[in-house]
Design a protein around this ligand. Structure first.
Ligand SMILES: [Zn+2]
Length: 282
């Protein structure tokens, strides 16, 4: 839908020397599409941008002058924005030379408190899971995050469900997939009624370790649906709750609490943004 080439020229004085420098700049720069994860202030008017890209993994690059109101970058480098970047590799940090907003998800998501909280937990997780340079699945992480941001911006599902589905699937990409069908320990066919955070999903009666959780059947169905991104099944789990006079909101809370515990178990430290989310009734 997009992709006119970004301008390859930069301002500055002419002369053969700077033309050579310009040629080398173009030759060594790369372009990619990215979701902005977070930004840090740097010096007077600059920021370091951390973004997850489709082709170059997690990028940390300087945007010069981005905090000036006249900046050519506009809002394209705000968190959650889906932006085309042209990046020049630098000695310590790369430099962002040009940007082009693809989808202004940042502005849309920031306008809704719950979406903002969900998006914050998602980018914080994405940053942690893709930080290592040799992460082999960064392109899949990018696609997953992009899809979740689009769903949030379009209000396709409640923000908390989009977040929980994203978290389960991002953890699966990192090698920590949770399963909510057969017993994750012995493979005994499900459904089972207990969940082990330690073992990563539903466990049968014989395999259940101490401290296994016993959420409602509907919460387990919801978790199974979110882990695979099956939104029809998620809707069925919540309809089933209503049919059995259970509050769908409390079923969502049960499932969300398990996702949060599972995330904490694997990502170690609490995510700040998830704590903020959990202090609110959603
Ligand atoms: Zn078992």
């Amino acid at each position: 839908m997009r992709k006119p080439p970004l301008s390859k020229t930069r301002g500055g004085s002419g002369g053969s020397r700077s033309r050579r420098a310009g040629a080398s700049y173009v030759a060594h720069s790369y372009r990619c599409d990215a979701i902005v994860l977070r930004t840090y202030k740097l010096a007077e008017a600059d920021r370091i941008i951390v973004a997850l890209s489709n082709t170059h993994g997690q990028i940390r690059a300087v945007a010069r002058g981005v905090r000036r109101t006249t900046s050519k970058f506009g809002s394209s480098l705000e968190p959650f924005m889906h932006t085309g970047l042209q990046v020049v590799p630098g000695k310590s940090l790369d430099i962002i030379a040009q940007t082009q907003t693809i989808h202004p998800y940042g502005a849309i998501i920031a306008a809704d408190y719950d979406s903002y909280g969900a998006a914050s937990a998602m980018v914080e997780t994405a940053e942690r899971l893709t930080r290592a340079e040799d992460t082999p699945t960064t392109a899949e992480h990018y696609r997953l995050l992009y899809g979740a941001m689009a769903a949030l911006a379009k209000h396709q599902h409640p923000p908390r469900l989009i977040m929980d589905s994203y978290l389960l699937r991002a953890l699966a990409l990192a090698g920590w997939g949770a399963h909510f069908g057969d017993c994750v320990s012995c493979g005994a066919p499900g459904p089972h009624v207990q969940v082990s955070i330690l073992l990563g999903g539903t466990v049968c009666f014989d395999c259940r370790p101490q401290g296994a959780l016993a959420p409602s059947r509907q919460a387990i169905s919801l978790l199974a649906a979110l882990a695979t991104g099956d939104w029809d099944a998620a809707g069925q789990a919540l309809a089933d709750a209503t049919a059995h006079e259970l509050d769908p909101g409390s079923v969502i809370e049960e499932s969300s609490s398990i996702v949060a515990q599972y995330l904490r178990f694997h990502v170690e430290q609490n995510l700040h943004s998830l704590q903020v989310m959990n202090q609110r009734e959603l």
